[in-house]
Write a protein that binds this ligand. Structure first.
Ligand code: URA
Length: 212
């Protein structure tokens, strides 16, 4: 696959990917709207959730419901703009009644997420919640590993709690806020060990060749 160095190329490549996904009649959950993701094609930070919910399906935009408003508020709280980062999901259509995505649905969408990541080429990937985290780190446990910085196939992966979980628990919200607060230091590559506890053990070289 080509490397996309210029933002016009990246924007065009993302448009092309979105079109191919929207046209693919074999992708599951065709009864729901297609929610590709949004943000800067040149984003240094890529947030990845699980699947669109009711409001995302209605608006065809990721993370616009209550959990999304929390996510977006926390992004702005870092002094960043929402359009400087990129926000998407593994599964790009809403499962009925907001049920968890099925393993076969995740499998079907995975190659497209890999392509999306390859095009954007972010510096830091922030999986939101366990489904997205387990795409990169199949053995990880969200309560143990959220807020830990991993190096997966040479890329920084920093799982945090899903904002929907933070809406249900003050403890989770506090942990999410604390993890979020370290993102600027991670992005600047400053003092990673001190900022996040990155150690050699957190370096995971996975056998899967097609994560991004
Ligand atoms: N939850 C997700 O995982 N993704 C969204 O887009 C909205 C809620």
């Amino acid at each position: 696959m080509a490397n996309y160095n210029q933002s016009m190329d990246k924007a065009g490549a993302l448009r092309d990917l979105a079109r191919r996904m929207a046209d693919n009649e074999n992708l599951p959950l065709r009864e729901s709207n297609f929610v590709f993701g949004e943000g800067s094609p040149d984003a240094k930070v890529l947030f990845i959730g699980e699947a669109p919910g009711f409001h995302e399906d209605q608006q065809k935009r990721p993370f616009v419901g209550r959990a999304g408003q929390l996510l977006r508020k926390m992004i702005r709280g870092l002094g960043w703009r929402e359009d400087q980062v990129y926000i998407t999901n593994i599964v790009k259509r809403r499962p009925p009644e907001n049920r968890d995505p099925l393993p076969e649905e995740i499998e079907a969408y995975k190659p497209y997420l890999a392509e999306q990541i390859k095009i954007i080429a972010p510096k830091v990937i922030v999986p939101l919640g366990r489904f997205s985290m387990n795409y990169f780190l199949p053995e990880a446990k969200i309560s143990r590993d959220q807020g830990t910085l991993f190096r997966v196939r040479g890329k920084l992966v920093y799982p945090v709690y899903h904002p929907a979980a933070a809406l249900r628990s003050t403890k989770v919200l506090e942990a999410l806020q604390a993890s979020f607060g370290k993102l600027p230091a991670i992005l600047e590559g400053k003092n990673l060990v001190e900022a996040t506890g990155l150690t050699k053990q957190n370096t995971v070289e996975l056998p899967q060749p097609k994560l991004f």
